[in-house]
Write a new protein. Structure first.
Length: 285
């Protein structure tokens, strides 16, 4: 079983109410110098360009992905997806999709209630929170009730941390994750984007925080991405059991992501853990 640990399909509000769709590729821009870095050389994106769910599943099958974890999103700038829509989609395709609730951090008491509701009503196994988009560091004291509830319910906490998430790049620094990981040693924290560009710092943090899992997605597999080789070195050493494969779709296509990820110099025993076993273990599949 190959598991994509983070995907956002072109379904309802994902397609109409987030900054993710429709996804542009090189030829959609007037000239090459206008193409943003993460759009460059992206291929096989018809499902994301057309916002077509049938093409999404065709692409998923062609990529060889068996299960995708759908991460919700509820932010003031990047879009809002009701968790009921994620639950609806997962119910339609229970053998292909698994849901994590997106959590709006603008109202913490309401956020805590939503975490409990989605866990108990929908069986979601985790939550996706993006504090930087709210101008919050991951270890802000106001988030304590969020982490307390996730600890109580045994939920995975997925954090989005990179240069894009927050008013400035300080919000991507992994010291903030280290602090909450130390405070909640029984909670599994998974870190999307791998705190790029603070790669060395993120790997140092992960080395001493056994409850932290990294999935740097396209910051790892895009050819010539700066610092990506450090993620690979760590995976071939101490992160063998704590790194996850994720496409980050629709930033890159599932097909392209899989091809480029498999081309990286991971040992074969490590690749099996990253593509499948690590995610299966923490998702309790």
């Amino acid at each position: 079983m190959v598991i994509d640990f983070r995907s956002r399909p072109p379904y309802k509000s994902f397609a109409t109410n987030t900054a993710l769709f429709p996804r542009k590729v090189d030829e959609d821009f007037e000239s090459p110098e206008l193409v943003p870095a993460l759009n460059m050389n992206s291929g096989e994106m018809e499902s994301a360009r057309k916002c077509d769910m049938e093409l999404y599943f065709q692409e998923m099958e062609k990529a060889g992905i068996d299960l995708a974890v759908i991460h919700g999103r509820q932010t003031p700038t990047e879009g809002y997806v009701p968790n009921d829509e994620i639950a609806e989609l997962v119910a339609k395709y229970p053998n292909k999709l698994l849901g994590f609730a997106g959590i709006d951090l603008s109202d913490i008491p309401a956020a805590v209630r939503e975490i409990e509701r989605t866990a108990k009503e929908f069986g979601f196994k985790g939550v996706s929170i993006e504090p930087g988009y709210f101008g919050l560091y991951t270890d802000d004291e106001c988030l304590t009730p969020i982490y307390d509830k996730c600890q109580e319910l045994g939920l995975i906490v997925s954090l989005t941390d990179s240069i894009f998430v927050g008013p400035d790049m300080s919000y991507a620094h992994p010291v903030h994750i280290q602090r909450i990981a130390n405070r909640y040693p029984d909670v599994i924290f998974t870190v999307d984007h791998g705190c790029w560009p603070f790669v060395q710092e993120a790997l140092g943090m992960a080395l001493i925080c056994p409850n932290v899992y990294l999935f740097p997605d396209f910051y790892c597999y895009i050819p010539n991405m700066p610092f990506a080789d450090e993620y690979m070195k760590a995976a071939n050493y101490f992160l063998k059991y704590r790194m996850l494969f994720a496409t980050g779709y629709p930033i890159r296509s599932m097909i392209q992501s899989m091809e480029q990820f498999r081309a990286l110099p991971f040992r074969e025993d490590v690749l099996e853990q990253l593509l499948s076993e690590n995610a299966k273990r923490i998702l309790k599949l």
